[in-house]
Design a protein around this ligand. Structure first.
Ligand code: SAH
Length: 220
């Protein structure tokens, strides 16, 4: 794990980030030590447009351009804890956006593959993650609906865009013991976070919190 090498210059937002984790994430019941450590490490202010840096640690989503958003810090932590990240695991994320969720995962797991359908965001996120030193993230432009079969199966799949169903290719690319989390429901209004767990080839489904994500788009 390469981690972030961005602290050569003093990180003036470290206190904000610690406060974010305590008041928004620990206070709401997230306990996984690896998840909390990652949320205290990744410099969220470098994943939003420069003019929004001072809002980066507030309790909500932020626009990142092209009609897309970086998720609320709590939601990132919640989804991260749900998929039980650990050293030795491989993750797939659909919807790179800013690259923030990918970076949080990459602080914990061995390798993160991430796919983004807006070409400009894909390019910006890849550059940002490279500059920050995340050598264990592989990012590409494309439609994540079909997953990334060449690198599967994955222990962890996180979909950060909403659809009315979970794509079958993603279920197929889930490893034995693997966990997938995705917002499912009406992409235009509200969805429910769904957790899939694959055991002995069988998938069990748990319905969790109501959430609001941007829609999963398709390339045509
Ligand atoms: N995880 C991101 C936030 C995601 S917002 C972060 O941490 O910043 C959802 C993203 O999913 C948007 O950037 C959107 O363009 C992307 N997206 C939508 N449909 C997609 C698809 N079919 N494949 C890949 N990315 C998609």
């Amino acid at each position: 794990m390469s981690g972030c090498h961005c602290s050569s210059q003093r990180d003036t937002y470290e206190a904000d980030r610690r406060r974010m984790v305590e008041t928004q994430i620990v206070a709401r019941g997230i306990t996984d030590a690896a998840t909390l450590r990652a949320m205290r490490t990744v410099p969220r202010h470098l994943f939003v447009p420069p003019e929004a840096a001072r809002n980066a640690y507030t309790d909500g989503p932020e626009p990142i351009g092209y009609g897309q958003t970086i998720s609320q810090p709590f939601i990132v932590a919640y989804m991260t804890e749900l998929v039980r990240p650990a050293k030795g695991k491989t993750a797939l994320e659909i919807g790179t956006g800013s690259g923030y969720q990918a970076a949080v995962l990459a602080e914990i797991v061995d390798t993160v593959y991430t796919i983004e359908i807006v070409r400009e965001l894909a390019t910006e996120a890849a550059a940002r993650l490279r500059i920050l030193g995340y050598q264990n993230i592989v990012a590409k432009y494309g439609d994540g609906y079909k997953g990334w079969p060449e690198h599967g199966p994955f222990d962890i799949i996180i979909v950060t865009a909403a659809a009315d169903h979970i794509p079958q290719p993603l279920k197929d690319q889930l490893a034995e013991g693997g966990r997938l989390v995705m917002p499912v429901g009406n992409p235009a209004t509200v969805q429910q976070l769904i957790l899939l767990v694959k055991r002995k080839g069988k998938i069990t489904e748990t319905h969790l919190e109501p959430v609001r994500f941007v829609p999963l788009k398709r390339l045509r």
